[in-house]
Design a protein around this ligand. Structure first.
Ligand SMILES: C[S@@+](CC[C@H](N)C(=O)[O-])C[C@H]1O[C@@H](n2cnc3c(N)ncnc32)[C@H](O)[C@@H]1O
Length: 232
């Protein structure tokens, strides 16, 4: 069978990139926040954590969590959402909008943390912590933990060690979502991170397949991997 011609595929890919960008801009306008501009780690003041293993700030396209939360956390009402490397807080805001009563993020870049504090506002259900993800103190109760490809394997390994210890001390359910790009170059370390998640004995892989055809089409460029831990 002949496949879809290359130029058509390229056009479809380009259209998807534009749609994600438009949606991100619309999110900022609708909520009066500032989450779009990317930032390199070298532009940030990093007081603690391994800046050399961190990945630049790029906000997660709203379509990712909008399509994945209903699959992985159909009833988020009793759960806390955690964002590892929370940047300007976009994922935290999306989680709160999706019904999580509490969303906690940790970000090591001071400038990004300041923007996140302004974005989420005072007295909201969102807590932004400044610091290194490897030292994160996990909240009590069931968790959904989000990783938008925030750091390379040495940091991810330490973060998973901390999570495993926290779940052993206070057994509870955790569902993890890892977002990266399918076409990420080998030097990005993405494949190593995905393999590490699959290798950890305390994590069980779970399928993450958005319910609608449109959602699946929009998420096609992303490598999305989900795992759960603790009682089913
Ligand atoms: C790709 S961005 C994701 C931003 C946000 N999670 C989102 O999806 O909108 C990755 C973020 O992780 C942060 N980061 C990298 N290493 C970190 C570490 N060790 N501790 C805390 N934050 C870190 C970076 O500064 C960057 O803001």
């Amino acid at each position: 069978m002949r496949g879809i011609p290359g130029p058509l595929l390229r056009k479809a890919r380009h259209a998807r990139v534009l749609l994600h960008a438009r949606e991100s801009e619309a999110f900022d306008r609708r909520h009066g926040v500032d989450t779009v501009a990317a930032a390199q780690i070298a532009e940030l003041t990093v007081a603690e954590g391994d800046a050399g293993e961190g990945r630049m700030y790029v906000g997660s396209p709203p379509a990712v969590l909008r399509n994945c939360i209903p699959v992985l956390a159909p009833d988020p009402s009793g759960m806390t959402f955690v964002d590892m490397g929370s940047g300007k807080g976009r994922a935290l805001m999306l989680a709160a909008l999706a019904g999580f009563p509490r969303a906690v993020g940790v970000e090591f870049g001071e400038e990004l943390h300041e923007v996140a504090l302004r974005n989420v506002g005072l007295g909201s259900r969102i807590e932004c912590r400044l610091g290194d993800a490897t030292r994160f103190a996990y909240p009590d109760g069931p968790l959904m933990i989000f990783f938008n490809n925030p750091f390379r394997a040495p940091v991810l390994g330490a973060v998973l060690d901390g999570l495993e210890a926290s779940l052993a001390e206070r057994p509870r359910r955790a569902v993890l979502l890892y977002q990266s790009m399918k076409d990420a170059p080998p030097e990005s370390g993405t494949d190593e991170n995905l393999a590490m998640l699959d290798d950890r004995a305390f994590l069980r892989p779970v399928p993450v397949r958005p319910a609608g055809a449109w959602g699946r089409l929009m998420l096609r460029p992303f490598a999305l991997r989900a795992h759960e831990a603790g009682p089913a």
